[in-house]
Design a protein around this ligand. Structure first.
Ligand SMILES: Nc1nc2c(ncn2[C@@H]2O[C@H](COP(=O)(O)OP(=O)(O)O)[C@@H](O)[C@H]2O)c(=O)[nH]1
Ligand SMILES: [Mg+2]
Length: 426
């Protein structure tokens, strides 16, 4: 089972950075940092988008329905001409019609036909399927050979993080498909799958090994993986009562396809997270460490201040202040040394966390409601010790994340009752 990486912690840190820097005097550097922080926060709070593309009748909508676990998108020959349809998460089912240059309009419930009649540029259908919180599905209109739809497909593929190019196994991966796909940016190709559909049909099944061998030769640089699928069989397998027919789900390709989709989406999410963490640890958090965190009045304080340091009132959270100073000293050491020794870095992190764990023990410096925090520091001490036995870069990143998490804990609750600022719900 693939773990989909959570983003709450990073989003919270980015938001904290944005609110703490909101009232600072503008400068090109700060504006650039704030723009990057809000772009990271936006990306990490939005589901990873998976585009289904391919020629007419290739099985795009059937496959998107299968992954959504619902019969939402019409399939087969039809009168209803649909633009891009996005299937996404919503608490209650709704249908939104959207235009690139006009305000959208929302209908309650699933209303594709009504939505299509508005002649929108795209339609978004909201379902409360939990998996859609992580991934949204973009069902692209079919592309024909070298007509307008071809350019439209290329344009719409710019909006997706990952794609599944659907090709009909009866005549898989035709010249027209290759021609289009070769024009897709390399990063997207790398994050995409080639789904060979209709593999449940006997002629396709019989020739499958040969077809897959041919496609595999052309795969490098074009797709992350090739997955054969008999979609109606997969749907039937999952709909079995009283429980899904897992053997059939596996043999028709449903299992591998679902896993691969999750894998490319999770990989994309991880790379977004890494980019955000890099900015957080290298720039945002060090700047934040020089400021007062979460001061409720900071955003309203419009007084012009001469410098970043003077821009915010002093801390009234002494333990947090000491903690941030300790972290800042680690950052400083990191900056000063050309070549970090991972073991030494982990050891200094551990020492600091251990010191604070001891200091927190008597409970006088934190909000009584936050009595779980000392235990967090003790757990972190043990974790940091364990990380010293691992190799590579991963333990360093984990250590930084642990420090950041602890900073968050202290920012939230690290002031004594007498000096605690009013809670702002952040
Ligand atoms: N046997 C079989 N039929 C499929 C498969 N995928 C799609 N179909 C059928 O092919 C037709 C076109 O599928 P659709 O999902 O509408 O294709 P789209 O135009 O790419 O969205 C429909 O009648 C589907 O039921 C498959 O894997 N096996
Ligand atoms: Mg379709």
């Amino acid at each position: 089972m693939i773990e989909f990486p959570g983003t709450e912690q990073e989003v919270r840190q980015l938001e904290r950075f944005l609110s703490a820097t909101e009232a600072l005097p503008a400068s090109p550097e700060l504006d650039d940092m704030r723009a990057r922080a809000s772009a990271h926060a936006e990306r990490l709070s939005t589901a990873v988008s998976i585009g289904f593309a391919g020629e007419f009748g290739a099985g795009k909508s059937s496959l998107a329905n299968m992954l959504a676990g619902a019969d939402i998108l019409p399939t087969g020959p039809q009168h209803l001409k649909l633009p891009l349809v996005i299937v996404t998460y919503a608490d209650t089912p709704e249908t939104t019609v959207g235009w690139w240059a006009k305000e959208p309009k929302t209908y309650s419930g699933i209303a594709l036909e009504k939505a299509a009649a508005d002649n929108p540029d795209f339609i978004s259908v909201g379902l409360n399927t939990p998996a859609l919180r992580e991934i949204s599905l973009f069902d692209l209109p079919g592309s024909g050979a070298l007509d307008d739809s071809y350019k439209q497909t290329l344009d719409l593929l710019k909006y997706v993080d990952c794609a599944i190019w659907c090709t009909n196994g009866t005549n898989a991966w035709r010249e027209t498909e290759r021609h289009l796909w070769a024009q897709v940016p390399e990063t997207l190709r790398d994050n995409s799958l080639l789904a060979v559909t209709h593999t449940d049909l006997p002629p396709v099944r019989d020739a499958l090994d040969r077809v897959l061998a041919r496609l595999e030769k052309q795969r490098p640089g074009m797709f992350n993986a090739i997955v054969p699928i008999g979609t109606p069989v997969a749907v039937r397998a999952m709909a079995q009562e009283p429980e899904p027919d897992f053997a059939l789900w596996e043999s028709c390709g449903g299992q591998v396809l679902a896993e691969k989709v999750l894998e490319i989406a999770a990989r994309r999410r991880r790379s977004d997270l890494e980019a955000a963490r890099k900015d957080l640890t290298e720039e945002f958090l060090p700047l934040l460490a020089t400021l007062t965190p979460d001061q409720p009045d900071a955003a309203d304080d419009r007084t012009v201040q001469p410098s970043l340091e003077a821009a915010l009132p002093p801390l009234n959270n002494p333990i947090l202040e000491d903690w941030l100073a300790a972290i800042a000293s680690i950052y400083q050491d990191l900056r000063d040394s050309a070549d970090i020794d991972p073991a030494a870095f982990l050891e200094s992190c551990r020492e600091i966390v251990e010191d604070f764990a001891e200091r927190l023990e008597d409970g006088s410096e934190i909000d009584p409601e936050a009595d779980w925090i000392p235990a967090e520091f003790e757990k972190a001490t043990d974790l940091l010790l364990l990380l010293q036995f691992e190799s590579g870069d991963a333990p360093l990143k984990d250590a930084v994340n642990i420090l950041v998490q602890l900073s968050d804990n202290l920012a939230w609750a690290g002031s004594s009752v007498a000096t605690a600022p009013p809670r702002t719900g952040t």
